[in-house]
Design a protein around this ligand. Structure first.
Ligand code: GDP
Ligand code: CA
Length: 352
């Protein structure tokens, strides 16, 4: 193994749900593992601090409960409570409440509300009703899960991603055009499996949303910022849309490195291609790199990792002004993901 470069001490990562949390598990394994060669072994209290800025654009009210799917996926994954099989929700989950609700014929029926998971939503909803901010509630929930990161919602304010689609009922306007409606992102994603062509992703409330307390400060104090292979449009894109967050990233002294969520012409899991197509970004590693843009040219990225099989795109990405390497990017195990994190960090440490 080559000489380790110094590991960062203050890391900020933006994250959606499944892709973000799987990456974070590998990142923590790398940061907290093996002592450095260039400094004495550190006590636990001196382990690198990782702040995760989580996407809350997917949040939704379901049956009177406030549900934050991406925050919970990060919390459960890092806290050891996730269903490894599904990648979301709790392990050993049952769905009795969901079945009972369906018996009453109440909508929506498409959201996967598990019995164990409901306890989290009850605590959150009650605490929000008592006047606590989402960031405070999230910190309280994390007391139980001990995710090993500081998990911050992107904002305490409600900012919910919607999707502009042609009305699936087939309704038309007076001139005979398909009528456009905005549906909640979760409905488009889960009920329609992103199959209705999207015309855009308006985020209701985003203009008034402020970064949650600590978000801008964490970005300014970071010595390394990572964009995991989360959905560039409805996970990372939503976080970047909170007024003040993109600006804080552009102004940060830390390098920003990202990992491609696209391998070949497809997202590894999920339907991110439908989101990229809707905003006119090619579904490719270089397409996403170009969408984020080079730091040196007003964009975000100092470095970008693409999959080994996409090595032919490295040159084009370097020409955009972004340091780039092709390495294995399948998060097939924690060890494989830790290696991705290490390479990403070293890419921007050696290129600065
Ligand atoms: P979500 O909120 O649950 O959709 O999760 P994220 O937005 O955090 O991440 C979803 C994205 O992760 C997907 O669009 C995929 O492109 C990406 N992804 C999932 N698994 C892998 C993997 O093994 N390798 C890479 N490079 N990307 C992955
Ligand atoms: Ca999500």
């Amino acid at each position: 193994m080559p000489m380790d470069s110094p590991r960062p001490r203050n890391v900020v990562a933006l994250a959606g749900g499944i892709g973000g949390s799987r990456f974070l598990r590998g990142l923590l394994a790398y940061l907290n593992d093996e002592p450095h060669q260039d400094r004495p072994q550190q006590a636990d209290s001196d382990a690198p601090a990782v702040t995760v800025i989580g996407n809350t654009g997917d949040d939704i009210w379901i049956h009177g409960l406030r549900v934050c799917p991406d925050l919970d996926t990060v919390m459960y994954t890092l806290g050891g409570g996730i269903s490894e099989e599904r990648g979301w929700g709790r392990e050993a989950e049952t769905f009795t409440v969901k079945e009972e609700l369906a018996e009453y014929g109440v909508e929506p029926t498409w959201f996967g509300l598990g019995d164990r998971d409901i306890a989290t939503h009850l605590v959150r909803t009650q605490s929000l009703a008592a006047g606590f901010a989402l960031s405070e509630v999230t910190a309280a929930l994390c007391e139980r899960w001990q995710p090993g990161v500081r998990l911050l919602p992107m904002s305490d304010d409600r900012a919910e991603t919607h999707v502009l689609v042609d009305d699936p009922s087939g309704a038309t306007t007076a001139t005979g055009e398909p009528a456009r409606i905005a549906m909640h992102f979760q409905q488009w994603w889960i009920q329609y499996r992103a199959s209705l062509p999207a015309h855009g992703f308006p985020i209701v409330g985003i203009d008034q949303a402020k970064p949650a307390p600590g978000v801008v400060e964490a970005i300014a104090a970071a010595d390394l910022i990572i964009l995991p292979p989360s959905n560039p449009v409805v996970s990372i894109g939503t976080i970047l849309a909170v007024p003040g967050i993109r600006e804080a990233l552009v102004a940060a002294s830390a390098p920003i490195v990202g990992l491609s969520p696209i391998i070949g012409q497809a997202p590894v899991r999920g339907m991110a291609d439908a989101c990229l197509t809707a905003i006119g970004v090619p579904t490719s590693a270089s397409g996403v790199a170009g969408h984020y843009g080079a730091r040196s040219r007003g964009g975000l990225l100092d470095g970008w990792l693409v999959e080994s099989s996409d090595a032919d795109q490295v040159e084009a990405i370097i020409e955009l002004g972004i340091a780039c390497r092709a390495v294995p990017l399948l998060m097939s195990s924690v060890a494989a993901t830790a290696a991705m994190a290490q390479t990403a960090i070293e890419l921007v440490q050696t290129n600065r």
